[in-house]
Design a protein around this ligand. Structure first.
Ligand code: GSH
Length: 327
């Protein structure tokens, strides 16, 4: 795990190549669905977005007439609503809820998004402090210099998996059962899935721009940093992503993404979630790291070309509204 994490950091932070963009590279994926909706509002109307989603979920929908599409989308929407309505969020007993939770993060960081998916699903309210990746002055007080850092009632927790394990230990009344399958897939997320994302979101120059547009819009950058990161960052990451591909033996990044999505879908083995009728920590981890890319081209392609869409939609419904507190 340790090894994988440090390799990951190096992977996304070839400082020798682009020192100023270290953090941007480290966080190869891109922010929450809700926030992203604003970013893409100028590109897709809600109706257009729905159309894309549903035509992706159902091959027949994309080839049929508009009216059939609308009808099918409605029917699918309805049946999905029916099938997801029963999945309630898991709320910890109020007496176990922490009183104050602060997440130090980069909006686009996959590890931070894993933690957010966990907090959202468990309805644990949290404040967010967006760290400026250039100076990191927001975490000057900490010896640990990566994000996420979660401060729970004044206590600092570092590293996404440690944070999730520790919160689970605290809020779950019965957490004695070790689920090997869940652990295996959580490791798969940290050791495999995250590595496939970066080459995909910086795959072409236009995708690199799309990614940096989001990163720089939602991260904590000054005006000048934003401009520099956006243009130079996109160009650099386009090139760096080619190196990353090679380093991880990826020949076709999209094929690797689709394969990962199909591998995950296969692991579900007909269940709604890996956890059965409700998500477990592996479901939340996969969802957390995919959520930021879902509405980028890579994520759209993934949904259109694999069977992951229905599970993803169930997860969106199960995780529900974010419990992030307004500042
Ligand atoms: N194993 C850690 C990895 C955290 C990590 O690598 N975070 C990146 C951001 S995605 C980071 O903070 N890199 C250091 C930097 O930006 O300088 C975890 O799971 O939380």
């Amino acid at each position: 795990m340790r090894r994988a994490q440090s390799v990951y950091s190096l992977l996304f932070m070839p400082r020798s190549i682009v020192p100023p963009f270290a953090a941007v590279e480290a966080c190869c994926s891109l922010g929450e669905r809700k926030l992203f909706a604003n970013a893409i509002a100028s590109t897709y109307s809600a109706a257009e977005w729905n159309r894309r989603w549903w035509s992706a979920s159902s091959p027949s929908a994309s080839t049929s007439s508009t009216s059939v599409k609308v009808g099918l989308a409605g029917a699918l929407s309805f049946s999905l609503a029916m099938s997801t309505a029963v999945v309630a969020k898991e709320r910890p007993p109020p007496e176990l809820l922490p009183k104050e939770v602060v997440l130090y993060q980069y909006e686009a960081c996959p590890f931070c998004n894993k933690v957010k998916a966990y907090l959202d699903y468990h309805d644990i309210p949290y404040k967010v402090v967006e760290v400026n990746p250039f100076g990191k002055k927001e975490i000057k007080w900490s010896d640990y210099k990566k994000v996420p850092i979660l401060v729970v009632d004044g206590e600092q927790l570092n590293d996404s998996s440690v944070i999730i394990d520790e919160l689970t230990r605290r809020i779950h009344v019965d957490n004695s059962i070790v689920d090997e399958e869940e652990m295996k897939w959580r490791r798969w997320v940290d050791e495999h899935l995250v590595y496939v994302l970066s080459p995909n979101i910086y795959r072409s120059t236009s995708e690199a721009f799309e990614s940096f547009e989001y990163i720089t819009t939602h991260g904590n950058f000054s005006f000048t940093e934003r401009l520099t990161a956006k243009y130079a960052g996109a160009a650099v990451m386009y090139m760096v992503s080619k190196k990353l591909k090679k380093k991880h033996g990826i020949t076709d990044e999209r094929a690797a993404l689709y394969e990962a999505a199909q591998t995950w879908t296969k692991a579900l083995d007909g269940r709604d979630f890996l956890g059965g009728s409700k998500p477990n920590l592996a479901d939340l981890a996969v969802f957390g790291v995919l959520r930021p890319i879902r509405y980028l081209k890579a994520g759209r392609d993934m949904v259109e070309n694999t069977n992951i869409g229905e599970w993803y939609q169930r997860m969106e419904a199960a995780v529900g509204e974010s419990s992030r507190l307004p500042v």
